[in-house]
Structure formats: C-alpha cells, structure tokens
Design a protein around this ligand. Sequence first.
Ligand code: 289
Ligand code: CA
Length: 161
Amino acid sequence: LDGKEGPLGEKEDPDIAALWRQVKALQIAFLQYKKVELFPHGRVVGQKVFKAAGFQKPFQEAQQVCAQAGGQLPSPRSEAENHALQQLVQVEDKGNAFLSMTFSKVEGRFTYPGGESLVYTNWAPWEPNNDGGNEHCVEIFTNGKWNDRPCGDKRLVICEF
Ligand code: 289
Ligand code: CA
C-alpha cells in the first residue's frame, strides 16, 4: 500500500486523478463566470435563466430579440420564477416587462407560446380585463402582479433561457 488506493483498496490511475483535478478546477471557474454573467441583470431559478435586455420593445420585436439570442420571452410557471422576474423588473427600473403568454381567440384564454394552458398565474386584482378590447399580451409589474396589455405597447424585454 502506498496511500494512493481508493476506498475499495484499488490503485488510483494518475491520469484519472489529474482529470478529476481538472474537472474540479473547471467547476470552480464555471461558478465564478456564472456569478459574473448574472450580475446584475440575470437570475437563475432551477434550470431556467432569466436575463433582462435592458431596453423596451413592442411584443413582437421583444419575441424576436429573445429568439435571436436563442431564448424566448419569460413564462413564469411558479412563484419562485415569478419572484425572480419581479426582482429583475425592480433592478432594471425600466418599467413593466412583457411575459410570453398571449390571448388565444381559439382557446378563449391566455396560453404559452406552444398553445399550452397556464399552470401558474399571478393576475393583479380585476385582471385580465381586456380593457379597450385589445389587451392580448401580458406585463409583469414591479410588485410581481400581472396585467393584460395591448401587444403594441413597449415594455422591458426579459428573456428566458
Ligand atoms: O389601456 C389600459 C391600460 O392602461 C390599463 O389601464 C388600467 O390600469 C386597467 O384598466 C388595466 O387593466 C389596463 O390594462
Ligand atoms: Ca388589463
């Protein structure tokens, strides 16, 4: 025995040991870059990353901005995801942000971009009210609540990856 045995007494391959050291160093470096990248415009919730673009666009252009970046507009599916978006809307200080969901005339309700029904909602009191008859998009306020809103209005762009 020379002290290089594993827990089962097997010999440790020096190449494998070197690879493990490399994996650990990469993990540490990756965590550091993640923190740098997310500060101050990004949030991680589970597997999802939300990142504010820092400017306002009408809904269709906002959709294009996120798609071009390889993401999509945000679809908060839980209180934790909604809270992360609320934080970004507060930090950015550029007004309310668009969410991904739109009113489907066929379904008669709001759906995700794929057409699926909503699994989580956080409507403000009395919303959605389709005020003026043209509120087919959704904005999230600094208090985290949602309001239906005309898609042509400009809102802060946040993308989900
Ligand atoms: O154009 C109507 C909007 O400005 C909002 O006005 C009021 O805050 C409420 O009626 C909202 O529902 C509406 O989206
Ligand atoms: Ca409304």
